[in-house]
Ligand binder design. Structure first.
Ligand SMILES: [Zn+2]
Length: 204
């Protein structure tokens, strides 16, 4: 019974979402970073992106934001893969074997990346969400920053893909950003990660 409920949940989540890979258009079975994938493309395109991301991390100097984003993406990928493996009707045994192999790779990759403490970069900001139904603004600070984005503690729920306006308190600079992840951290506080839309190097 539990399995059935879970399965319904997975299908509903992706219902009416065609696969976003190229012009595929097959029914999507998994969602990752605001994109939906059919089973084939989840295993090929989406997994390849994670591997490429990992290779990039290995090649470049340590970047805590890129590292956090890799961990976030790979854990979402792993969660989606686990759901597909548990769902009796989602895939044949061979495909499930591939999903398992990919999960194993992700777990190894996670272990092989050295754990460096994130350098906290606290810049005070106003975070504003303009929505036709509910506009809010809150006073917060960055936890991590990079050239193209930042991570914040955020008290309001905000969906992936949502847009927010960020104003730096120290310089009165404003920029629009897109939410790329939203999750509860170990302290039960919501953390969101954003990607700047029209600004490069907003944080100097
Ligand atoms: Zn597809």
């Amino acid at each position: 019974m539990e399995g059935q409920i879970e399965q319904v949940g997975v299908q509903q989540a992706c219902e009416n979402h065609p696969c976003d890979a190229g012009s595929c258009g097959e029914r999507a079975v998994a969602k990752l970073d605001m994109r939906a994938f059919c089973l084939d493309h989840f295993l090929s395109v989406s997994f390849q992106e994670i591997r490429a991301h990992y290779d990039g991390l290995k090649r470049q100097p340590y970047d805590s934001n890129a590292m956090a984003s890799f961990r976030e993406l790979s854990s979402i990928w792993a969660r989606e893969a686990e759901k597909l493996i548990e769902d009796a009707n989602s895939a044949d045994e061979e495909t499930k074997g591939k999903l398992l192999e990919a999960l194993l790779w992700i777990s190894q990759a996670g272990k092989s990346l050295r754990r460096s403490p994130r350098v906290p970069t606290a810049i005070g900001v106003w975070l504003r969400r303009e929505d036709t139904r509910r506009t809010w603004e809150e006073d917060t600070w960055t936890r991590t920053v990079s050239r193209h984005g930042a991570g914040f503690v955020c008290r309001h729920p905000v969906e992936m893909g949502g847009r927010v306006v960020i104003t730096r308190k120290d310089k009165a600079m404003r920029a629009e950003a897109r939410v790329v992840y939203s999750r509860l951290n170990a302290d039960g506080r919501r953390e969101i990660g954003v990607e700047m839309i029209d600004r490069d190097n907003f944080w100097d």
